[in-house]
Design a protein around this ligand. Structure first.
Ligand SMILES: Nc1nc2c(ncn2[C@@H]2O[C@H](COP(=O)(O)OP(=O)(O)O)[C@@H](O)[C@H]2O)c(=O)[nH]1
Ligand SMILES: [Mg+2]
Length: 220
């Protein structure tokens, strides 16, 4: 059974509803540098993961139409916190900005801290319905990304690949990256098979991504 059948709602309806939700109230709730600072599990959550500089902050800002929501940082690999954003009034679901990974110059203890924080969050969060794993359209799935996918598969957290910066590559290259990525996740147990290509700069894929977010937090 696919998601449309399970909810009786088609893609156009999801897109329209998601547009409204993302145009409504969205506020920063809190930063959790440590598991003891996690907020209560009041509502479902969808998390955003990706290597440093993949365009995660830009995508969160573009999705929500708010430039200052997630700081677009010039110092990659510095934020080691989970950032929570409340969506809707009354509260409907939460967006979670996960700390970036794969920053080459990150000190070892920082990498270790990242791994503990992310793993504990992924494994202990019943309300986490899906993680969106951002992959740069120019590069495809790299080893550090595969490590992230391994963690998600091991934690049995459903995830979906979102290609970023699609405006930076030719259409033919993008099609090839989508195909290669689909192949790379084919046998991964927790991967959603469909890949969304986006550009925060040009707005490409954003309505579909908003719909995918809403759909993932609306189930159960
Ligand atoms: N051309 C283009 N550049 C982007 C896009 N998204 C992000 N960038 C650029 O990529 C760099 C890293 O973006 P940022 O959002 O800070 O990445 P983060 O480290 O994953 O949060 C910045 O210079 C952004 O302007 C996009 O869709 N298209
Ligand atoms: Mg960032």
């Amino acid at each position: 059974m696919n998601e449309q059948e399970s909810t009786g709602q088609d893609l156009a309806e999801w897109i329209e509803e998601a547009r409204k939700v993302f145009a409504g109230p969205i506020t920063f709730l809190k930063s959790a540098p440590d598991l003891k600072f996690l907020p209560d599990m009041a509502v479902n959550e969808v998390a955003f993961a990706g290597r440093s500089n993949v365009g995660k902050s830009s995508l969160l800002n573009a999705l929500t139409g708010r430039n200052g929501l997630a700081r677009t940082s010039n110092t990659p690999g510095r934020t080691q916190e989970l950032n929570f954003f409340d969506v809707g009034e009354p509260l409907r679901f939460r967006l979670v900005d996960m700390p970036g990974y794969g920053y080459a110059r990150a000190p070892k203890d920082m990498v270790r801290k990242w791994r503990f924080l992310v793993n504990d969050y992924l494994r202990g969060r019943a309300k986490l319905k899906r993680t969106l794993v951002l992959i740069d359209s120019r590069h495809g799935v790299k080893d550090v990304d595969a490590d992230m996918l391994d963690m998600l598969d091991a934690a049995a957290v459903s995830y979906r690949i979102v290609l970023t910066k699609a405006d930076k590559v030719k259409a033919s290259h993008l099609a090839q990256v989508i195909e290669n990525t689909a192949q790379a996740i084919r046998k991964r147990p927790a991967a959603h098979p469909d890949i969304i290509a986006t550009s925060s700069e040009k707005g490409m894929g954003l309505p579909e991504l908003r719909a995918a977010v809403l759909e993932s937090v609306t189930q159960g």
